[in-house]
Every structure is written in structure tokens, then in C-alpha cells.
Design a protein around this ligand. Structure first.
Ligand code: CTP
Ligand code: MG
Length: 233
């Protein structure tokens, strides 16, 4: 069974602050997107990577891919993205050729996910799961609040922390199920697996990895560069 990875990379990165689109910012001199592409191509299972570029940035992303050393056994396709992550993933799925029955969806903003995590997601889909997410237990206690602006927010509930997981990517799917979910679910979601859940499908969790954290705020850039420096040491 052939596996493809779709990498949504079309976001601006508002929370990271002003500058180039987040996926094109450098981590130790190499664009975050290239790290993310290498992380997917590092898996022997992945033979195609679809990069969903910033809407007007597809030519730039194509030349970045050509300029960096990437595994020759992997094929690369670049398509322009949309307004939301959900739209961008759908545009990536639309570009998938026939013959790929397993699809990974991986945030460009998680450039340092280890190959073992990628492989364990693929493995769980190969063994029959429709949707697989890597996730970690939480360090912080989580409270649900009644959101209020400029005032202390009342706490509504405290879910039992031991039952909570922080979800990462790559998330792995049976291709048909994911395509159907993207064609059916119209509500806004923050990950792909929740679309499968909304349609009554079963999603399973495999262990995630600390290094699969999402680069979201400026401090995350510091952490990512420290992880890269540690790998080189
Ligand atoms: N993404 C995308 N298309 C969008 C929005 C987001 O492909 N219209 C991608 C981002 O490029 C990123 C992933 O979805 O790789 C996760 O999104 P997030 O971390 O929220 O990135 P941004 O949306 O770029 O950041 P922010 O929300 O701070 O603007
Ligand atoms: Mg976003």
C-alpha cells in the first residue's frame, strides 16, 4: 500500500509575529518547510509529498524544493493553499494521484517530528485503523472557562488530566475516509481527525514525541533551534 504525505504550509504565522510566511522562515539557516519535508521523506513508507504552499508562493516553494537535497525515491508536488488550514488540506488532497491509499497530513509548523513517530502512525493505519493521531499526555492541568474579554473568566469544568492528550501530526488516514470527511464536514475544525470523529468514525492515538511540538510563538523558534543544535552535537 502506497503512502503520501500532505503538508499544509500555507499559513501566515500571525502568532509568530511579522515576517515571511511561517513555513518559509529559517531554522538554523534552512526553511522550516524543508525540515518538515525531510521529516516526511525520511520515512521509507512515504513515496509522495504534496506541499500546500502559501497562495501566491507556489513557485518559490518549488524552487526551494529544487535547491535542497531531498531523497530521490520521493516525488514532490506543490499546490497553492487556501484561507484556512482545512481548505489547504483539501486542496492538497485534490492533488493526490491514484494509487495512494494511505495519507498522512503533517503541519509544516512541526518541522522536527522524528521518523519513528511517522513510521508508527503509518504502521497503525496499515494495521487497519481509519484514523491515527500521535499524542502526548499533558503537563498542565486544563480548565474549561466561559470566555470573557478584559475580565476574569469563570471556570466551567476541569477535565481529568490523565484522560487528556495533546495531539500532534502527522495524522494518518485511510485516504477514502479522509477525502469523504473533507467533502462532508462543513464546520471549522482544528485537526483532520476530528472530522472523522464527527462522522462517527474511530480515531486512535499512538505515542507522540516531544520534538513534534508545533512552532507557534517566538519562543518555539528558540526551542526548535536548540533541538537542532543538540542533534548535531
Ligand atoms: N495552514 C495552511 N493554510 C492556512 C492556515 C494554516 O496550510 N490557511 C498550515 C500552516 O502553514 C501550518 C499548519 O497549517 O503548517 C498549522 O497551522 P498554524 O500552526 O496555526 O499555522 P499558521 O496558521 O500559519 O499560524 P497562525 O495561526 O499563528 O497564523
Ligand atoms: Mg493558524
Amino acid at each position: 500500500v502506497r503512502t503520501a504525505a500532505v503538508i499544509p504550509a500555507a499559513g501566515r504565522g500571525v502568532r509568530l509575529g511579522p515576517g515571511a510566511p511561517k513555513a518559509l522562515r529559517a531554522l538554523n539557516g534552512t526553511p522550516m518547510l524543508i525540515h518538515a519535508v525531510r521529516a516526511m521523506a525520511a520515512s521509507r513508507a512515504v513515496s509522495l509529498v504534496v506541499v500546500v504552499a502559501p497562495p501566491d508562493g507556489a513557485p518559490e516553494v518549488r524552487s526551494l524544493l529544487d535547491a535542497h537535497a531531498l531523497p530521490e525515491r520521493t516525488e514532490f508536488v506543490v499546490v497553492p493553499g487556501g484561507e484556512t488550514r482545512q481548505e489547504s488540506v483539501k486542496l492538497g488532497l485534490d492533488a493526490l494521484p491514484d494509487g495512494y491509499d494511505i495519507v498522512l497530513v503533517h503541519d509544516a509548523a512541526r518541522p522536527l517530528v522524528p521518523v519513528d513517530t511517522v513510521d508508527s502512525v503509518v504502521e497503525a493505519v496499515r494495521e487497519g485503523a481509519v484514523a491515527v493521531v500521535p499524542a502526548l499526555p499533558l503537563a498542565d492541568t486544563v480548565k474549561e472557562v466561559e470566555p470573557a474579554e478584559g475580565a476574569p473568566e469563570p471556570v466551567v469544568a476541569t477535565p481529568v488530566r490523565a484522560r487528556l492528550r495533546a495531539v500532534q501530526t502527522p495524522q494518518g488516514f485511510d485516504r477514502k475516509a479522509l477525502v469523504h470527511a473533507h467533502e462532508t464536514v462543513t464546520e471549522d475544525v482544528t485537526d483532520d481527525a476530528s472530522m472523522i470523529e464527527q462522522l462517527g468514525g474511530t480515531v486512535v492515538v499512538v505515542p507522540g514525541h516531544e520534538e513534534a511540538f508545533k512552532v507557534t510563538r517566538p519562543l518555539d523558534l528558540v526551542l526548535a533551534e536548540a533541538v537542532l543544535a543538540r542533534r548535531r552535537a
